[in-house]
Design a protein around this ligand. Structure first.
Ligand code: COA
Length: 416
């Protein structure tokens, strides 16, 4: 089966997580992704948090599947020459270096555009071009703080909190992938490449747009009725942290199930969807609540929502999280068990769908990774192992016309 991005050649000048997550996605869908790495060391994540001595760390293998690896010192004249040749025949260059690094290397947007006017140059930076912080280097948690996620995550009596989900890194990579695909479609019409830039701050803020919604509501009416602070607590002039409250019109909370005293994940998320109130009362064995004016409407319930959650927890006390969900699903109640990484890794449904995949690797044996979360009717993205450092250097250089002797000489001077 041919994949939609087959024939698209990508110079993957990315490292750590944000950039590699983007190019990995494009590689799954068929693009020829050549990862350019510094000779001798490569992407820093190859060595970070290793669990097997001398084998690439999972941090690297889980973000660089389906790619080729070319070692190249792009600060040496010989390395620059090779990169220029690659640029001339590639469709996309993706990078997420610190601010100005590509320019310092001699590969500004203007230069790249001159070398190949059809090429798309895609960049991740911490902050957007021209932003008053655009000189800053940025990692995941910095972006979560700068993009509004940290100030609105956690509990009101605790500090700003970082999400475990990679809102700054992988999320920005996904935004960049959308930008690249859009620019490729644009090129089909204009014949021209363009620069595509995504900042981590903007990508986090894009996912926090409901909090900007809340800021405006708060300024207009002075309170936010779906937050735990309403109606008994106080609001300041900024969106508060709402703990585990639902972000839309449906109140919800993380509730204890059987075993919570010893199992930190014996919980479910329970949502009180307005029109599901009757089935909820039936499921809980509280039919008298259905027409009780103190419970009948969402507005009536809100002042004592935690008393209602307490009643649900009492009902949950003799049920595991899985038993509880099995009962509640029959009543069409939106809920889910709080799943651990161990449970997800072994989930048969995720294995069957290709969301969790086991990949054979030359040095590691095999490792688990997250496969494509995007499913297609005509294509099943296959995940192959991440490359060893420089595994495809000879192959790529030969395709650019370098002889075996040339490659030997380039190795001698450590240009590749
Ligand atoms: N050959 C020669 N030099 C190379 C090279 C290669 N193949 N690949 C990288 N380099 C050089 C760069 O040119 C740069 O040199 P310079 O600073 O002397 O100009 C140097 O390596 C360091 O690059 P940099 O990207 O600044 O690395 P860092 O480790 O200092 O910073 C980040 C890491 C992630 C903080 C930074 O890259 C960054 O802010 N990136 C943008 C935002 C981002 O993506 N962050 C999240 C990543 S998950």
């Amino acid at each position: 089966m041919t994949k939609p991005l087959e024939g698209i050649k990508i110079i993957d000048f990315t490292h750590v997580q944000a950039g590699p997550a983007c190019t990995q996605l494009l590689a799954w869908f068929g693009a020829d992704v050549i990862k350019v790495e510094r000779p001798g060391s490569g992407d820093v994540t190859r060595n970070q948090l290793r669990d097997i001595p001398d084998a690439d760390a999972l941090y690297f293998t889980m973000l660089n599947s389906n790619k080729k690896s070319l070692t190249l010192d792009t600060k040496k004249p010989e390395g620059k020459e090779i990169l220029e040749k690659l640029v001339r025949e590639s469709d996309v260059l993706v990078e997420n270096f610190g601010p100005g690094a590509l320019d310092r290397m001699g590969f500004s947007w203007e230069r790249l555009n001159e070398l190949n006017p059809k090429m798309i140059v895609a960049s991740v930076k911490g902050f957007s071009d021209g932003h008053h912080y655009d000189d800053l280097k940025v990692y995941e948690n910095v972006a979560q703080c700068a993009g509004g996620a940290a100030s609105t995550t956690g509990f009101w009596d605790g500090p700003p909190t970082i999400s475990a989900a990679a809102l700054g890194d992988s999320n920005t990579g996904m935004h960049l992938a959308i930008g690249i695909l859009t620019a490729l479609l644009g090129r089909n019409k204009t014949g021209k490449g363009q620069k595509v830039a995504v900042s981590m701050q903007d990508s986090v803020l894009n996912l926090c747009r409901v909090k900007l919604r809340d800021q405006q509501r708060l300024e207009r009416v002075g309170y936010l009725e779906e937050y735990p602070q309403y109606p008994h607590g106080e609001f300041s002039d900024v969106v508060p942290r709402g703990g585990n409250a639902g972000g839309g019109g449906q109140p919800g909370w993380v509730l204890k199930c059987k075993g919570w005293e010893t199992d930190p994940n014996a919980y479910i998320y329970f949502t009180i969807q307005g029109h599901a109130w009757e089935p909820i009362c039936k499921a809980l064995g509280k039919p008298e609540w259905i027409d009780d004016p103190a419970y009948k409407t969402a507005e009536a319930r809100q002042p004592h929502i935690f008393e209602i959650f307490g009643t649900i927890e009492a009902w949950l006390a003799d049920k595991t999280k899985f038993e509880a969900v099995d009962i509640l699903r029959k009543f069409d109640i939106p809920c889910a068990p709080v799943l651990t990484m161990k449970e997800l890794a072994n989930d048969p449904s995720l294995r069957a769908s290709g969301t969790i995949v086991e990949v054979p690797h030359k040095k590691r044996g095999s490792y688990l990774t997250v496969g494509s979360p995007i499913k297609f009717s005509d294509m099943k993205p296959e995940v192959t192992a991440s490359p060893l450092l420089g595994e495809h250097t000879d192959e790529v250089l030969a395709s650019l016309g370098y002889s075996r002797q040339d490659i030997f000489n380039l190795r001698e001077i450590k240009a590749v």
